[in-house]
Write a protein that binds this ligand. Structure first.
Ligand code: SF4
Length: 475
């Protein structure tokens, strides 16, 4: 019997972005990159790819799907060499097709060049138009391809000059890896929006260097964390050694605070901050700010888990797991009949009915984006018998679009840009709704406000977006 499968309905959470991982001077570079990507799967589930080199021959494999779906033992056995870079993708610019899967690979005058990019360029449309006018032909709709064209055009000036000229022409967010036949290059934009860390394989594990979006990838492959690639740093890995370039004037960083709230894995250290502890502190500060009386605190696993733990410990209100997550729900499933209301929510999370009966609950969420999923979740708790349902959110209201690589919906789909907090509470069917203050969020990180991008909360964009483009693409 043929059954048409449909994607699950859009979640109220923001979508993940991309992850990169690369190995230099390790005999199993591609295999370790594979495991690195495995650890970074939460950053992108649409496509995965690895390109590797033995110093002369370059081999690539990429496809749509999750890392273990894209790579088999046989495929990995063909990816030989001491140098590899890989990518997991969630599309923020460009369509979700195999053409747009990364790494992107081109050959220019005998030199092979590959790129794996996390982030979003805000001036790629203007750069691309200029390049096309001068005769460049693009293969994809991705902003990352602009990087390869600019590099190829400046290649005759030598690698270091070409890199400096190319990256100082780009604006926006990029933590990326480049690869030639015999070198790897890690680049982080001067604002440092997205994370990128440097690790070293222990000698017992074969030696060599690793660069990855998050430290959880280093942990899995047995690499030691060395340091973050600094904002505004171009780090070149060659057989002769490592060389750092800093072609930008010094400026403040603007780390994406949403990495701490939602995107990064809690076992990663991001921007020098342990994500698990930061999320717990967000919950502690929420308890201080919200002061709600209830029978227990509960997360919707897994997103609110750590803030819920912090809220419970700081308030003295017990933490309970009032909904159970089905861990085996795939990305797509057969849609039920119209009469099965809230199916998409219930298939993933089911309330423990007898436990919730007549209870006053505090639900901890990491963010509210559209509000559609939250509404279904609250309704499910009410139907399970909850007497009061309060919600606390471990970040401020998300009122503004992101132009730096996080796939929020357009402003008019962000519930907090259209409604007041009281109106959101009413829409979701809550007894009360409390958001963490911006000051509280920054306090939870232990860093200073000026070090972060907070644009989706306060509308202050560190790098001016090209709104003519975003009006068309983001609505
Ligand atoms: S706008 Fe928000 S999501 Fe985008 S980079 Fe800034 S903090 Fe992160």
């Amino acid at each position: 019997m043929l059954v048409e499968q449909q994607p699950s309905s859009p979640d109220s959470s923001p979508r993940h972005e991309c992850g990169v991982c690369g190995l230099f001077q390790h005999q199993d570079a591609a295999k370790l990159t594979y495991f690195g990507l495995y650890a970074l799967q939460h950053r992108g589930q649409e496509s995965a790819g690895i390109v590797c080199s033995n110093g002369e021959k370059v081999t690539i494999h990429k496809d749509m799907g999750l890392v273990p779906e894209v790579f088999t033992e046989e495929i990995l056995a063909k990816l030989t060499g001491h140098l590899a870079i890989g990518h997991v993708r969630y599309s923020t610019t460009g369509a979700s097709t195999i053409t747009n899967a990364q790494p992107l690979l081109v050959t220019h005058k005998g030199t092979t060049l590959a790129v794996a990019h996390n982030g979003n360029l805000v001036n790629s449309i203007a750069l691309r138009a200029g390049l096309e006018e001068q005769g460049s032909i693009f293969q994809t709709t991705m902003d990352s391809e602009v990087v390869l064209h600019l590099l190829a055009r400046a290649a005759h000036k030598g690698l270091e000059t070409a890199l400096s000229e190319t990256f100082t022409a780009l604006r926006g967010a990029y933590s990326l890896l480049l690869m030639t036949q015999d070198s790897m290059i890690a680049v982080r934009d001067p604002d440092g929006f997205r994370p990128l860390c440097l690790g070293k394989m222990k000698n017992g594990n074969g030696g060599g260097w690793v660069v990855a979006s998050e430290t959880c990838a280093l942990d899995l492959i047995g690499a030691e964390y060395v340091r973050d690639i600094a904002p505004g740093e171009i780090l070149i890995f060659r057989r002769e050694g490592l060389k750092s370039l800093f072609p930008w004037p010094e400026q403040d960083s603007h780390f994406c605070i949403f990495e701490q709230v939602y995107f990064a894995r809690p076992d990663s250290e991001i921007f020098g901050i342990n994500v698990y502890q930061a999320r717990k502190r967000m919950g502690e500060i929420l308890a201080r700010e919200a002061k709600i009386d209830a029978d227990f605190v509960m997360p919707f696993p897994d997103s609110g888990n750590y803030a819920a733990l912090g809220y419970s410990q700081a308030s003295g209100i017990p933490l309970e797991m009032g909904v159970i997550r089905n861990h085996y729900v795939g990305r797509t499933f057969i849609q039920p009949t119209q009469s099965m209301r809230d199916f998409n929510v219930k298939v993933k999370l089911n309330p423990v009915r007898s436990f919730l009966q007549d209870k006053r609950l505090i639900i901890v969420e990491d963010s509210i984006i559209r509000g559609t999923t939250g509404k279904s979740r609250v309704r499910a708790l009410r139907e399970a018998g909850a007497r009061e349902v309060h919600m606390v959110v471990s970040c401020p209201p998300t009122r503004h679009a992101c132009y730096y690589g996080i796939d929020f919906p357009s402003c008019n789909q962000l519930i907090a840009s259209e409604k007041s907090i009281a109106e959101i509470a009413e829409y979701l069917g809550l007894d009360s709704l409390h958001y963490l203050s911006l000051e509280g969020l920054v306090e939870a990180t232990g860093k200073e406000r000026r070090q972060f991008c907070l644009a989706c909360f306060d509308g202050n964009y560190p790098v001016a977006p090209d709104l003519s483009f975003h009006k068309n693409s983001l609505g």
